[in-house]
Design a protein around this ligand. Sequence first.
Ligand code: NOJ
Ligand code: NOJ
Ligand code: CA
Ligand code: CA
Length: 709
Amino acid sequence: MKKRMRNVLLGALAAALMISAQPNVALAKEASEVTNQADFSTDVIYQIITDRFVDGDTSNNPSQELCDKGDMRKYHGGDWAGIKQKIEDGYLTNLGVSALWISSPVENIMTIDPSNQSASYHGYWAKDFFCSNSAFGSMEDFQQLVTTAHNHGIKVVIDFAPNHTSTAELGDVVFPEDGALYRNGSLVGTFSNDPDHIFNHESWTDYSTIENGIYHSMYGLADLNHLNGTVDTYMKDAIDQWLDMGVDGIRVDAVKHMPAGWQTNWLSSIYQEHNVFVFGEWFTGGTGNDGDMTAFANNSGMSLLDFRFANAVRAAVGEKSMSMEDFYQVVVDTQNDFDEVNDQVTFIDNHDMPRITTLAKENQASVNEAYVLLLTSRGVPTIYYGSEQYLTGSDDPYNRGDMTRFDTNSKAYRIISALAPLRKTNTALAYGETCERWMNDDVLIFERQFGDDVALVAINRNQESSCHISGLYTNLPKGKHVDVLNGVMNGTDITVRSKGAVSEFDLAPGACAVWEYHTQENGLQIGDVDPGMGIAGNTVAISGSGFGTNGGSVSFGTTEATVVSWSNTCVEVQVPAVGAGEYEITVSAGGASDSYAGFRVLSGPQVCARFQVENAQTDYGSNVYLVGNVAELGNWDPDQAIGPFYNATGSICNYPNWFFDVSVPAGAAIEYKFIKKDGAGNVVWESGSNHTYTLPESGTTTITCGWQN
Ligand code: NOJ
Ligand code: NOJ
Ligand code: CA
Ligand code: CA
């Protein structure tokens, strides 16, 4: 991993650090079933389309026009009471899931969308982000769901879609709701009568560029203008209300379609109050690197759903259109591309693609192989509700069928319930790096390791032929290792001889096996820091192993942080008052220490500013960037400049005028300049003196300058 820099200090130096650490006496974390909301490394998420899971309360079902079990585009009655039932009856806990991701809980339109005859059963057509979707339950029902989940050791992630409200534009079609946005019942604005510019009005995106996708609408969904101060405050206050109810994480819809700078400013305000896990949906169809997506994952302050991993599993064991060698190459590439590959959220199917069983032409063995890969690979695994029961369904809405059975004996259920708990006990699965031990077109044997914890995973996707395995080496300790799957997928036990040589064995047709070793005595090592960005005073969770139970010290660079809680596997600290920039975090305890580089401290609370520069003529291949005197503007380093700027959005800027939305420190007096940079990194600075501006303490702002020739 790029960001990791391990230096285990032993002896006198560490002892000295320990003594200086005395003022920060460790506080024992209060006993609670759910700890560490920000770090999901050891969790398994279960994604539920709330409407399609369990109808626990028929009294909240919408009227018949909207609710019809025979129509896949209407509500079916599922709700929070139903999810609560399945937590209480053990279906979810016995499966081993420790987090739920549920449909967006906010009030949606309660009319039929005339363009597709659909109701808002999926939750993506918001009307009032401050109220609950009455079909899912009341605010009180929601609170009960969160409390019940927490009492069962389950975290709650809500889907949240701040990009848009409901559909409002398609030719001559009249949409009864007109995309209206309400705040706690009061009208904020409508799409077609929008004097305050609550919405963008750029028509449908053609998806041709990132810029086009951000400021245009996604198939007519009324696209919110995040640079509008009312919208900005609205989204900060709205998410705060849900997080105040104990929500542990947010799945942010359509992050590719909102300004990245606005999102960083929004996240910063979230992290000021809540130490939670946020991951975004940046849809991508292939397995190759998408530079914009990777930059977003590494710089925005949130993790992403890992579509590259999903697409690779689906291709390798679902459709067999990619070899296991190619699959492993995607694992290697993503490990290099993402700064924090273990923080990305993995899956094998979801509500926007054919279910894995359908993709695999109903070959259940292939589905099981996909689950083994999902649950043992790097990243936080997500199980899409019902696929553990081999539900089928191709495209939306047919991939969002009702949960028809809760069979705890399904093979997939048994595989998941064998592997999910291992993510809690064996740190190799949560934090380990991945290395290949043996492979050919059909077989992949890979190993994950974190300190002394090791997991070795074998998959033979060829369901006709067995494969003789010789020359396999592992870091598992010497001796016999039983298959964690207990032979459910025809795996065998293995014997490790001296120097890690594994005795030859046959991997049966379609066999999968997992062998592991873990120890309570694993040394002090940082596995993850969440979130990876924040301001002084924010709480940050540092997870890993061997922190001990006697406390210790944590520093950001050379500045010591105040410890909020301390356990053997997780330390929470407050970001100290240090200058903005990238910091190495060091945890020291009991004579050992470990460091983790790359935590980004922001200058302070953030606001979002739109910078516009007029009349900046460029040669082909050159673009405009922004650089200035604060860390958020790259500290005058052209390599850290913000951009490339956009220049093709009708109502905002067109070439030779350029714009970009940037997260900047609230209230700061900034100095900045625009630069032109070409692909080779050649820089042309604006002449004249620096531009200056004092940013507002809150809200948004637009700053317009002419390019200084
Ligand atoms: C992505 C969601 O996953 C999809 O289901 C939804 O329709 C769009 N974003 C718009 O919210
Ligand atoms: C370097 C640039 O060349 C110049 O234009 C700018 O004014 C200064 N940085 C600011 O310190
Ligand atoms: Ca109901
Ligand atoms: Ca948008």
